[in-house]
Write a protein that binds this ligand. Structure first.
Ligand code: TSB
Ligand code: ZN
Length: 578
């Protein structure tokens, strides 16, 4: 959302109206910040007690009164000292802190509506009557400045659109989205679980979820083997020294689990696999003739993600990445990246992912804590990626401050069912780690040279990709991915033997098949299979058994009629071969 957008201004003004309403009802409230966001706005408050749903109703009522009053929003500017005194007198310590943090020389502006004034850059709509249609949605906990060590605040969220029709449409979309939410479906379809005694962000894959994962892993491993990758296995622990050399210690430590001591040595869980693959590369001498060396692993890594950010399978603390590190000559970088882009495109075609965008994730020169600083490193690597986009004629957008600490990335961005954008596949150019580890190859000139590294994840983490696919397909996976591809439904107990014969035939052809031999009406079994989103239901009764047939029903009420079992096998083979 652009700041100049009318909708941005409406949502931003609504957050001021919310703050005014809260202050009128709770004069001792301390205000933190209140920005516009996708679908609406929020404001963080420090309040003497927890808000109840009734409070939310009262606050919303009060907001509607302020809207009716149609108060104009008036901008004013104050010198720093006056600004500070002003918010201090109003007993607003969070605002004092915000002013203290503003860089010297910055204009300090306020917006006033009626009796309420807030520190704010703007912009806003002209008056409180022009904020559109809204509804207060919920209250959630939030920390001041997102820092868990600081004050816990209450965040009130509102939904806002220009018209009531759009607000209603938002809630309808939300209802629809909830049905697709991978956390809901993951439970319903028995794909994964969490256990409080194991811990947050550490999901367990159940047999059906593990089947989907295994199919994906086989698919991508085969594709990598065809594309000249070599697969390795490496341990999930290493000594901190490894990460001190790589720079993770300096730039990535906040995302690492703490050190553990064993005997007289220290170890850490790895947050990334690159330094391990580097050790494998460095184990041999390389000539330019061997390059590129492509080292791949379905590698488990551990990251400390804040508990508030964890979500189902899409953001976890233990994850298995479809990782690879390509070691190549500087001349080979662009061609290798293009191959990876093509691999991503091929994988997405196979997975049925069509709605994605390319993000060029760049560094932020001001943030030296997050990024390594070496002369020329960023310009060279970032320009190489821009050239790849130009050569491939791919549309993309740039995102400063989203690079890895060691280099820029091509990130492939997908939206989850709630509209949240997530990075899935990633391709990264790295001139930093090869230098840190003094990697070498002998060039055509007989001299020692330094290779360049490309880090890439095509499927990304199994966790994130599967969370995305569950939502994409609303759990109704294409046949090749479905954990159970067909279920045989005997009409009565009499037909169970024949059902088992059919299942055996299908299993012999490599299909994942179950038999529902419960003593239930077949209608009930069909309903159960539909709710598990199994692609094919094979109903078998007397006539089928006599003729060697199955009566085929496709998920979603399509009756394909009776056919010889062999014909069905051909049908499902054709479908999974694509
Ligand atoms: C590609 N060293 C590189 C690797 O060689 C690397 O780790 N890159 S990464 O940090 O960007 O992570 C790769 C991908 O893992 C991301 O693009 C994202 O899709 C996925 N990912 C990152 N963090 C999480 C998480 N907490 N839960 C699930 N998936 C994650
Ligand atoms: Zn890496």
């Amino acid at each position: 959302m652009d700041k100049a957008d009318q909708l941005y201004k409406m949502r931003h003004t609504a957050s001021h109206v919310l703050a005014q309403a809260v202050l009128e009802l709770f004069p001792e409230a301390k205000l933190a910040i209140g920005p516009p966001i996708d679908d609406g706005f929020y404001y963080d408050f420090d309040l003497p007690r927890s808000l109840t749903p009734e409070d939310l109703e009262q606050i919303e009522k009060r907001m509607r009164r302020i809207v009716k009053e149609d108060l104009p929003l008036v901008r004013s500017e104050k010198p720093r000292d006056d600004a500070r005194t002003f918010v201090d007198e109003k007993a607003q310590p969070y605002k004092v802190e915000l002013i203290d943090d503003l860089p010297e020389g910055e204009t300090i502006s306020f917006y006033t509506q009626g009796s309420f004034t807030d520190l704010c850059r703007g912009p806003h709509v002209e008056s409180t009557g022009k904020i559109g249609a809204f509804k207060l949605d919920k209250v959630a906990g939030a920390y001041w400045r997102g820092d868990e060590k600081r004050q816990q605040l209450q965040r009130i969220y509102g939904i806002l659109y220009p018209t009531q029709g759009e607000v209603d449409a938002y809630y309808e979309r939300l209802e629809e989205a909830k049905k697709r939410d991978h956390r809901v479906l993951g439970k319903q379809l028995g794909l994964f679980m969490n256990s409080p005694i194991i811990g947050p962000g550490l999901p367990l894959w159940l047999p059906k979820g593990a089947t989907i994962r295994r199919v994906l892993e086989r698919y991508i491993t085969d594709l990598e083997l065809d594309s000249g990758y070599q697969h390795v296995y490496t341990p999930v622990l290493a000594k901190p020294e490894l990460y001190k050399i790589s720079g993770h210690w300096e730039h990535y430590r906040e995302s690492m689990f703490p050190v553990m001591q064993i005997d007289s040595e220290e170890f850490v869980l790895r947050p990334m696999n690159c330094p391990h693959h580097i050790q494998i590369y460095a184990n041999d001498q390389h000539s330019y003739r061997d390059l590129p060396v492509r080292i791949a692993e379905l590698a488990t890594q551990y990251r400390y993600e804040k508990s508030g950010e964890l979500s189902g399978l899409s953001r976890v603390r233990a994850m298995c990445l479809n990782d690879a590190h390509i070691f190549c000559t500087p001349e080979q970088v662009k061609a290798e990246i293009k191959k990876v882009v093509e691999m991503v495109q091929a994988a997405y075609r196979k997975l049925g992912i069509t709605d994605y965008s390319y993000r060029l994730s760049l560094h932020d020169a001001k943030n030296t804590e997050k990024y390594v600083s070496k002369p020329g490193l960023w310009e060279r690597a970032e320009n190489q990626l821009r050239e790849v986009f130009a050569d491939l004629e791919l549309p993309y957008y740039e995102a400063p401050g989203e690079a890895a600490f060691y280099g820029p990335k091509i990130d492939i961005q997908l939206r989850n069912v709630l509209g949240k954008e997530e990075t899935v596949s990633t391709i990264q150019v790295d001139w930093h780690l090869p230098e840190q580890f003094k990697l070498e190859y002998i060039g055509e000139d007989g001299q020692v040279h330094q290779p360049v590294m490309i880090h890439r994840g095509v499927i990304s983490t199994m966790e994130r990709m599967v969370s995305y696919l569950i939502e994409l397909y609303a759990g109704a996976f294409p046949v090749w991915l479905a954990p159970v591809q067909a279920i045989v439904l005997p009409i009565t107990d009499r037909h169970t033997d024949y059902a088992n014969t059919v299942a055996t035939q299908l299993k012999a052809e490599g299909f994942r098949v179950e038999v529902d031999s419960a003593s239930e009406r077949v209608g009930k079994k069909v309903a159960a299979a539909e709710s598990m989103k199994i692609p094919y239901m094979l109903v078998v009764g007397d006539r089928d058994a006599a003729a060697g047939n199955v009566s085929v029903r496709r998920r979603g009420q399509q009756d394909l009629g009776a056919m010889p079992t062999g014909d069905f096998i051909q049908l499902i083979k054709n479908e999974t071969a694509q």
